[in-house]
Structure formats: C-alpha cells, structure tokens
Design a protein around this ligand. Structure first.
Ligand code: HEM
Length: 199
C-alpha cells in the first residue's frame, strides 16, 4: 500500500522559500523605486540600492528610474516563471494532508489561505507585466526585449492600480500565513514548520 507523505517534496520546499523571499524582496524593491526622483542625471554605474555592496556597470548611460524599473521588471518576470513552475508542481504533486491535531475550522482557513495565496501570487506579477506592456516602455528581461510597449495610458493606469491593490491583498495574506506558522511553532509546537524544510 502506498504511504501518504507527511512532507512536501524537496522541489516544493526550494520553490516555497525562493519565491517567498523573492516576493518580500520585490515589495521592498517596489517601495524603493517609487521614491526615485523623476528627474535625475543619467549615469553608467549604480551602487545597488545605495548599500555599498555591489556596483552594477552598464554599457550606456541611463537614469536611476530607468535602471531600477528595468531591474524590477526583469526580476519580476523571473519570479513569475518560478511561480508558473510552482503551480505546475503543485498540480502534479499534491500537498501532504494537514496535521491531524488541527481543528476543522483551522484546516478550512489554512486551505483557503493557501489557495488564495496561489491565485494572488500569480496576479501580482501578471498585473505588473500588463502595466509594463501598456506603458510606452514595454518589457525587457535583463536587456532582452520581450514585448514592445503599447503606449496606452488609460490601460496602464488601470493595471498600475491593480498592481498596488492586489499587492496589498498579497501582503495581508502573507501576514496571515506567517502569523499562523508562528502560532503553530510557538503555541501549538506541532512541527508544522518542519514540513516545509529538508529535515
Ligand atoms: C513578483 C512580484 C512583484 C511584486 C511583489 C511587486 C511589487 C511592487 C510594488 C510594491 C510596487 C510599488 C507600488 C506602489 O506602492 O506604488 C511595484 C511597482 C511597479 N512594478 Fe512591481 N512587483 C512584482 C512584479 C512586477 C513585474 C513582473 C513587473 C513588470 C514586468 C512589475 C512592474 C512594476 C512597475 C513598472 C512598477 C512602478 C509603477 C509606477 O510607479 O509607475 N512588477 N511593484
């Protein structure tokens, strides 16, 4: 008889942490970008996020806004690819059953949050990509042109608002998700977090 796994596959664990931290980083990146001045001199090198850790050299002069917007789009598209693979993996490798000690309402809330997280996790980068597509700039992936900009300001503004609002929903869900893990780890002490590790 086949045994039912109590843990996620190694691939699911790697994707979970890579995408989780990737998304948190993209939020911080998005907020950093918003504060960049509209008018600033073009330069050929950037001290990444002004941290003094890595200086990015370019072959042509660009404004800080162009540089960071393009980087946000490139990383966002990469994370979207990882999310697409994660959805495929989840559909072909069912998650292990939730732990037995959870109450029925906890199981329902956990399942609903996990499904909503999958949906919203896809919609945040998709709305960003749609905004970039309708802008006059289009989408480049680390310098490789993926799509020309359509230059439709009305549609760009719709997706710009969507990117913000769906982003806030993702933050709320992520907060709920993290609070639940903290409760299981420190209050119930039921080993829930271990299911998403290699141990
Ligand atoms: C992976 C998930 C992503 C997250 C979590 C994310 C997050 C954010 C955040 C927090 C902002 C600032 C919004 C604000 O408060 O004003 C932002 C702005 C932006 N994002 Fe994303 N983003 C993601 C993916 C993408 C992708 C894939 C693209 C395009 C290919 C993109 C394009 C943009 C652009 C162009 C802006 C600037 C909007 C403006 O002010 O004109 N994002 N993003």
């Amino acid at each position: 008889m086949a045994t039912v796994s109590t843990k996620y596959t190694k691939t699911a664990v790697i994707l979970h942490w890579l995408i989780g931290f990737g998304i948190i980083f993209m939020f911080l990146f998005g907020w950093y970008m918003e504060d960049l001045p509209k008018e600033a001199p073009k330069v050929m090198s950037f001290d990444l996020f002004d941290l003094g850790i890595y200086t990015w050299q370019l072959s042509a002069e660009v404004s800080p806004r162009t540089f960071y917007f393009n980087l946000h789009k490139s990383l966002g598209i990469t994370i979207l690819g990882l999310i697409a693979f994660r959805v495929f993996w989840r559909l072909t490798h069912p998650a292990p059953a939730l732990i037995k000690t959870m109450k029925a309402w906890e199981k329902k809330l956990a399942n609903a949050t996990h499904h909503a997280l999958y949906l919203i996790m896809v919609l945040v980068p998709l709305s960003g990509a749609a905004m970039a597509l309708y802008s006059k700039y289009g989408i480049k992936w680390f310098g490789i042109p993926l799509a020309e900009g359509l230059g439709d300001d009305a549609m760009r503004d719709i997706f710009k608002n969507a990117h913000k609002i769906i982003g806030i929903i993702l933050l709320v869900l992520l907060g709920l998700h993290i609070l639940a893990v903290l409760k299981h780890t420190f209050v119930n002490k039921d080993g829930t977090l271990k299911r998403m590790t290699f141990k």
